[in-house]
Design a protein around this ligand. Structure first.
Ligand code: GLU
Length: 620
């Protein structure tokens, strides 16, 4: 148990005592609502495991595993269920990144299911023609213009085609059943609507679905989404052609081009330019994962267009370089914790400076992925970092295409604004054969663009707002400007860590750009500070993203670590709240492989109302 961090008011829910056998979901009992499965943040056992934010979704994944499905089958079924119970973060109207470890080949593969810019996009698509100025962010979010071609459904099909054992129809069935029969409204579902009430009420089909009778569904009431059940059933019968090139694609384009705004709304929803042909032309390619070696372990994550893998990887390489130069990471004393967190914050600061300059869609930009992940490049960046002082942000990016052999002083440039959403969701799955999935999916903001496709029961993403609307650091080139067919830079970092070619950890989180720091901090907590995985997830988070201030959670702000690090030049501010008034960073899920077939599944004990971890067989 880490001494100081564990005293910061975090209660760790662990292991044995809370394990309860999970009842299977009954399928046909006359259409009565599905009872809420038991909810624990941590379970340890055998035969496979699932962790997600929702016990309903986790239970569906466990049922697939118990029924003989593999990790990919269960991941798709779990993700489809999240589209029902966590529709404000994920669903077939969005996109994501799927990372898979195959136990037979010991290989890690990734699927790029990122939403894509319509063919009508240009670099100035988010400039208001009336003013010549970039659109205010909330106007861009609440629009058809922010809707990119969704990638989630094609990701599921790709994953099943390559590594699954079940059909997409089978994988959608439990989620369709859940949508049809209904589920009990939980805190996150209620808050997801309450925080969006205004803009949801502006859109007729969104208000009809999520504000029945004009009200936010109350906690404990039953919520049904028969439209989504029918949509899943349509896809089950017709295949993904119903979406990519079919009726659903046509209706998505129609909804974005002509937002169904209520006559009583005074908000202007700018029409979109996405077409049915854009949707028909979508692909979700298999891409190379990022890889770094850290503490003798192999860390795999998602490559561009996500900046998750390159930024977590570069920061780990910087930490390794600092360790090599004599820095010690430990939580044994408060002084050790301060030194370790100084290294973590500064490594992240520098890695973000490089991420902001270099990472974007590699189909459009020359992204120096190998350079960003090279230990030599990290060493040339690590030498900027001091144990007794703090770099001034924004830090000038380095040049990973020509790493410097000397340590050049960091110069500053103009600051960035960080506008990514705080929504999204992450799930992890493993099966009895040892296959592993780490999958992050999103519709960008909580509630996406607020546009529900009429009578189809799902929200459309606003992922195109992840593009920069104008160059961030002129005259330096900005690789993340919009273009036709381009994918906006993401921060999603679904990660799998191997030891000697076998899985050790799988982890990921939502949280916009703070996804990167959440994953990095969990890995650092687990691998360097001696915490268990549940402790590493529960520990107070701090997020430095090459900004003059570092976002922090309350438990950190009230700890002695805040003044100690402030004394080194760091400056902490409360992280933005997500659903409650408490500052909050991320909502992680993870797995740790304990040897001899035993696996620990972990979710958040409290963030986002707590997540759900289950194993197939809690004891032998
Ligand atoms: N759109 C963000 C990304 O792709 C994710 C948003 C979130 O996590 O809330 O990185």
């Amino acid at each position: 148990m880490p001494r100081k961090l564990s005293r910061l008011g975090i209660s760790i829910v662990c292991c044995g005592a809370l394990i309860a056998p999970a009842p299977a979901l009954a399928r046909s009992d006359g259409g009565s609502p599905v009872p809420p499965p038991p909810k624990d943040a941590v379970e340890t056992g055998y035969g496979g495991a699932v962790a997600s934010v929702s016990p309903y979704a986790t239970q569906i994944g466990i049922d697939v595993l118990k029924d003989g499905g593999n990790a990919v089958d269960a991941a798709v079924a779990t993700a489809a269920a999240l589209g029902v119970v966590e529709p404000f973060s994920a669903g077939i109207g969005g996109g994501g990144f799927f990372v898979y470890y195959d136990a037979r080949t010991h290989k890690v593969s990734t699927i790029d299911g990122r939403e894509t810019g319509p063919q009508a996009f240009t670099s100035t698509v988010f400039i208001d023609p009336a003013t010549g100025q970039p659109l205010p962010f909330d106007q861009a979010v609440n629009s058809g213009l922010s809707v990119g071609v969704p990638g989630t459904l094609m990701t599921w099909q790709q994953a099943l085609d390559h590594w699954g054992t079940r059909s997409l129809a089978d994988s959608l069935e439990p989620a369709a059943d859940l949508a049809e029969r209904g589920f009990t409204v939980t805190g996150d579902f209620n808050a997801g609507i309450a925080t969006n009430e205004q803009r949801f009420s502006d859109i007729i089909p969104t208000a009809q679905l999520y504000l029945p009778g004009g009200q936010v569904p109350t906690l404990g009431s039953v919520f049904r989404n028969p439209d989504l059940a029918a949509t899943y059933q349509l896809i089950a019968h017709q295949g993904i052609g119903a979406f990519y090139g079919g009726v659903l694609g046509t209706e998505i384009a129609q909804t974005a081009q002509h937002p169904p705004v209520s006559p009583s709304s005074d908000r202007f929803f700018r029409p979109g330019v996405i077409t049915a042909a854009d949707i028909a032309g979508y692909t979700a390619p298999l891409t190379a994962p990022t890889h770094v070696s850290y503490d003798g372990l192999d860390v795999y994550s998602m490559g561009p267009p996500s900046s998750g893998g390159t930024t977590v990887g570069e920061a780990l390489n910087i930490l390794a370089a600092l360790e090599k130069s004599g820095w010690k990471f430990s939580d044994a004393t408060e002084a050790d914790q301060v030194a370790s967190l100084q290294a973590y914050l500064e490594a992240s600061r520098v890695a973000f400076a490089d991420r902001n300059r270099w990472v974007a869609d590699p189909a459009f930009e020359n992204v120096p992925t190998a350079g960003l992940l090279s230990p030599a490049y990290a060493a040339s960046r690590a030498c900027l970092i001091s144990p007794t002082s703090t770099l001034v942000s924004p830090v000038a990016p380095g040049d990973p295409t020509h790493p410097s052999t000397t340590c050049t002083a960091a110069t500053t440039q103009t600051p960035d604004t960080d506008t990514e959403g705080l929504s999204t969701t992450h799930l992890v799955v493993t099966d009895r054969w040892g296959n592993v999935v780490s999958y992050t999916l999103t519709i960008e903001q909580t509630g996406g663009s607020a546009l529900t496709v009429p009578h189809r029961g799902f929200l459309l993403n606003n992922e195109m707002t992840d593009f920069d609307f104008t160059p961030i650091h002129p005259p330096a080139p900005d690789p993340n400007l919009p273009a036709a067919g381009k994918r906006p830079r993401s921060s999603m970092a679904p990660t799998i860590v191997l030891r000697d070619g076998r899985p050790l950890l799988a982890v990921g989180s939502p949280g916009g750009a703070s996804i990167i720091t959440t994953v990095l901090q969990i890995l650092f907590n687990r691998l360097d500070l001696g915490m268990s995985l549940p402790q590493a997830i529960a520990a107070p988070r701090i997020s430095q993203r090459d900004s003059s201030t570092t976002q922090a959670e309350s438990a950190f702000l009230s700890s002695p670590l805040d003044p100690a690090l402030t004394g080194l030049g760091q400056s902490f501010v409360p992280a933005p709240p997500v659903f409650t008034t408490a500052p909050e960073l991320g909502a992680a899920t993870g797995l740790e492989f304990l040897g001899h077939g035993e696996v620990l599944a972990a979710a958040e004990p409290t963030r986002r109302f707590g997540g759900s971890a289950m194993v197939v067989d809690p004891g032998r």
